[in-house]
Design a protein around this ligand. Structure first.
Ligand code: ADP
Ligand code: MG
Length: 620
């Protein structure tokens, strides 16, 4: 409420009180000599007070019509629900008629006047009038989206601070309430760990706290353990996953090719030997390939090659292996030979390549991260997606990219690809009737996006999972994928597009393009001056004629102009789902009722109920 409105309200109340008082006190008033006076006096005061109330109501109505300046507050326990639907806030269908009105406002220069009025209240350029256009004509109602559309994947685009994470919060609450498996990948997080607190709050409320698991890169001791190389269909997937974690910039293509070769040989050999593939093991064997050759020979050819434990096995026994193979006494192994080629690489050059490419990978394979990502303790719980899916768990992955951007994005990318491998299998082989949809939320997608990830949303529509992604701009997606067509594919594959405020016109254009163009009749006025001499037969050159044309012209315009997207205030959006374009706004949810002390009860990735001490509850 603005200051003027509050003043009007207070004045109205004060006058009303004065009116009542004057009636009660009428006898004592000096002018009570005239018996009609007190009544007349009181009535005029009541009339004034009434006028204040009317003015107040009118101002509120105007402000409502212009769109709420303050968002609307909704208790997180009271998110409206409808069977099979997801609540998306309030709003209305954006029609061609609204585009026409918008064009009219723009053509007559009234937008600036409205914006001046609303300026003080808005964060982003006072664009509430966009919502107001619909409020005035059709009014707003609760918007619900059919859950089946979620399986066609949702993309939320908006600059930092436009409300992406808050909208995602609203969707996550509903996914948890539906009792489905939920995975939230949060690269950046909020300073106050709001998302985590919201998930814990909702899980406590819906009695699902036992399903919650937290993977927190910033607090390894509190986190559940997780092997980001745990799921794969082909071992090649692991190779690209590891290489995706390596620095992209600065390294020449030949360095990367070499890294690819090494990791490929190591991973294939480990896979062939049925070893558990963890980052730490891949790192160890990449650093010491000869050791893997030794193990390979021992595991596969021990019958022929004795003494396989000796350290000089590579130098001595590989020729032995080659002789046996050439004589047809043993079946050769391509995996082994690939490894051997790498061993033969000049040592010095090899070390240089490895140290250049592996520093990041080395970091997550050694030190405190080793236990977190390469668990070797069979008694420790480890995150596995099939388990998450089957047991309908709620997983929150906090990457803490502000603390260590490179590590966060390396793990983030690997995690996303790992999850993709699992979902790919589920999609290809799972029984559709048995699928409880798995809800995957990825905030700040650009921080964890890779080319390889694209295929997940590409292939798997309508399968048992729903991906909701948030990103700052289309340009960011293009930038990380380093290709415009690839960036376009992300967008093309998300059938639900929610567009929040963006800074750049080009970003607005992408959404505008998605909504298409319409014929709109737009009023126009044209004034022309011409020397009358040309038309009227007069000969005086000073004589001018003025022509004024007014009319309506049909013009083809964007249903949602790109500049309107730039005008959106915080918490407001344009969206397209199910082929319909909406203008909506979503509620501000109050702070989650989970304190820091409550979060302190998270240990080894689980929330320990208050009743039991930590030791008793771990693993319960
Ligand atoms: N629906 C809303 N109405 C009003 N303000 C909002 C709304 N959603 C978010 N905000 C404000 O905007 C801020 C940024 O929101 P956030 O979701 O963190 O943005 P993003 O994730 O896009 O960077 C929030 O802290 C909140 O104050
Ligand atoms: Mg955010």
């Amino acid at each position: 409420m603005s200051r003027q409105s509050v003043f009007l309200l207070l004045l109205g109340v004060t006058l009303a009180a004065a009116g009542v008082a004057s009636l009660v006190q009428a006898d004592y008033l000096v002018f009570s000599a005239n018996k009609y006076f007190p009544a007349a006096f009181a009535s005029s005061i009541f009339a004034l007070s009434f006028a204040c109330f009317v003015l107040f109501a009118w101002r509120i109505k105007i402000h409502r019509a212009l769109g709420s300046q303050y968002g609307f507050v909704l208790n997180s326990t009271k998110v409206p629900s409808r069977e099979g639907m997801t609540y998306m806030g309030r709003g209305f269908v954006w029609t061609t008629d609204l585009t026409r009105r918008l064009m009219e406002l723009s053509a007559t220069g009234r937008i600036e006047a409205i914006k001046r009025k609303l300026r003080s209240a808005a964060h982003f350029g006072a664009g509430h009038y966009l919502h107001g256009l619909g409020m005035q004509s059709v009014g707003e109602e609760s918007l619900f989206m059919d859950n089946r559309l979620l399986a066609q994947h949702t993309l939320i685009i908006g600059t930092t601070g436009s409300g992406k994470s808050r909208l995602m919060e609203l969707l996550i609450i509903q996914a948890i309430e539906r009792g489905e498996p939920v995975v939230v990948i949060d690269p950046k997080g909020d300073p106050d760990r709001r998302m985590q607190r919201r998930i814990v709050e909702t899980a406590l409320r819906t009695d699902r706290i036992r399903d919650v698991r937290i993977l927190d890169l910033t607090q390894p001791s509190r986190s559940i353990r997780y092997n980001p190389l745990g799921h794969f269909v082909y071992s090649k997937q692991l190779v690209s996953r590891i290489v995706a974690s390596m620095p992209k910039e600065g390294e020449s293509a030949s360095f990367r090719d070499f890294a690819y070769k090494v990791v490929n040989a190591v991973v294939n050999a480990m896979h062939a030997l049925n070893m558990k593939i963890t980052p730490a093991k891949v790192y160890e064997y990449s650093d010491n390939v000869a050791e893997l050759v030794r193990r390979f020979l021992k595991a596969r050819y021990a019958r022929w090659i004795e003494d396989a434990d000796r350290a000089d096995i590579v130098r001595k026994l590989v020729p032995e292996y080659e002789r046996l193979r050439d004589e047809g006494l043993i079946k050769g192994s391509a995996d082994l030979e690939e490894l051997h080629k790498i061993v033969k690489h000049p040592q010095e050059h090899y070390q240089k390549m490895i140290t250049n490419l592996f520093p990041l990978f080395a970091k997550i394979c050694t030190g405190p991260d080793r236990a977190l990502f390469s668990n070797e303790d069979p008694d420790e719980e480890e995150l596995a997606w099939d388990w998450v899916d089957r047991r309908r768990m709620i997983v929150y992955v906090y990457l803490g990219s502000n603390a260590d951007t490179e590590r966060a994005s390396a793990i983030g990318r690997m995690t996303l690809l790992d999850l993709q491998s699992y979902l790919g299998v589920k999609y290809a082989y799972g029984d559709p009737r048995e699928r409880t949809p798995m809800n995957v939320f990825v905030d700040e997608l650009h921080a964890v996006l890779t080319e390889e990830y694209l295929s997940i949303i590409n292939q798997a529509r309508g399968a048992g999972f729903r991906v909701t992604m948030g990103s700052q701009s289309f340009a960011d997606l293009e930038h990380v994928l380093r290709s415009r067509p690839a960036g376009k594919r992300v967008i093309a594959n998300a059938n639900v597009l929610v567009q929040l405020h963006v800074e750049e016109y080009e970003d607005g254009e992408v959404f505008a393009g998605r909504c298409g163009r319409r014929q709109v009749s737009i009023p126009h006025t044209s004034i022309g001056y011409e020397p009358a001499i040309l038309k009227s037969g007069k000969h005086d050159v000073e004589d001018f004629r003025v022509t004024l044309n007014q009319g309506e012209a049909m013009k083809e315009v964007d249903l949602v102009p790109a500049w309107a997207v730039q005008e959106l205030p915080v918490g407001h959006y344009f969206a397209k789902w199910g082929g319909v374009v909406y203008k909506g706004r979503f509620p501000v949810l109050p702070e989650p009722k989970v304190s820091d002390a409550d979060l302190g009860r998270i240990s080894r990735g689980r929330f320990q109920p208050r009743e039991c001490d930590e030791r008793a509850c771990v693993g319960a």
